[in-house]
Design a protein around this ligand. Sequence first.
Ligand code: ADP
Length: 328
Amino acid sequence: MKPNIKNIAVLTSGGDAPGMNACIRAVVRTGIYNGINMFGVLQGYQGLISNNIIPMDARSVSNIIHLGGTILKTARCLEFKTEEGMELAFQNLKARDIDGLVVIGGDGTFTGAQRFGKKFGIRVIGIPGTIDNDLYGSDFTLGYDTAINTVIEAIDKIRDTADSHDRLFFIEVMGRDSGCIALRSAIASGAEAVLLPEKETSLDELISQLEVGASTKKSSSIVIVSEGHKDGGAYDVAKKVKERFNHYDTKVTILGHLQRGGSPSSFDRILGSRLGFAAINELLKGSTMQMVGLRGNDVKTTSIDEALTRHTFKLESDLLEMTKVLSI
Ligand code: ADP
């Protein structure tokens, strides 16, 4: 039986990701279209606790589809991990008769939602929003595609200067436990090598790859290093390689937080719209404790429990193989 839901709140939490605004817009407008009173929670779980909850109408999400970041702001909130914090959050929702919650974020956000939903029985739907693409149950997470586009735009520029000076560049990209950004960026930018947290690549292997390039007259080389690689970040790897391979002038660039920002790609705008639309429809159907995600080209649900516990090895095997073949 369909529940009688009248009031729904939406929040963004944890790391921000491009496409979150497109998603907020879709959540708010799909809710309003269906006669629901919509609320936005500012600063993630912090806003639930401090009662920073505002009504949202269709115009409150006008002209945001193209913006990076999140108009609802986000925060890391330790208090939400405590029983008292959760209780306060629940009371603030109860005072407004809010009976459904949409959370947009990464695995930390989902862990909070899992505990909160189970403890108070409030209906919760999660939307995977993180540039790291590290949640099980969605082939792509919001922000991932835009982050890759940002990385390759930067690498294209570095390639120009690397080539002019015969340089070897080590470029560090985000992904503490996930090499997804690194791998896709490596293919799309034509990098000579990539170091990923999920895959052992010995320095011997890397150096012999660079030696082959140098012996076949490559004028420059680009190595992409995931921040979570076992040999350390790009500075550490560059130092170790330079001690043994000094064919080129060696430089390091850390791309850092610029990877989080920027106008979302068409893919992330459409993904955010699809997942926001689906999240409200799931709540209206009576679903709870589910994540909506993209599998193949379909929006599918996965329980939040499963999304959090299943292993997420998402590196495409053909891309992995290609990194060697296409960089000769
Ligand atoms: P992300 O969602 O991007 O992985 P975080 O790991 O920082 O980001 O998590 C976002 C927020 O989710 C935290 O600041 C906290 O408020 C909440 N959270 C994370 N883990 C838990 C937990 N075990 N219990 C309750 N809330 C949690």
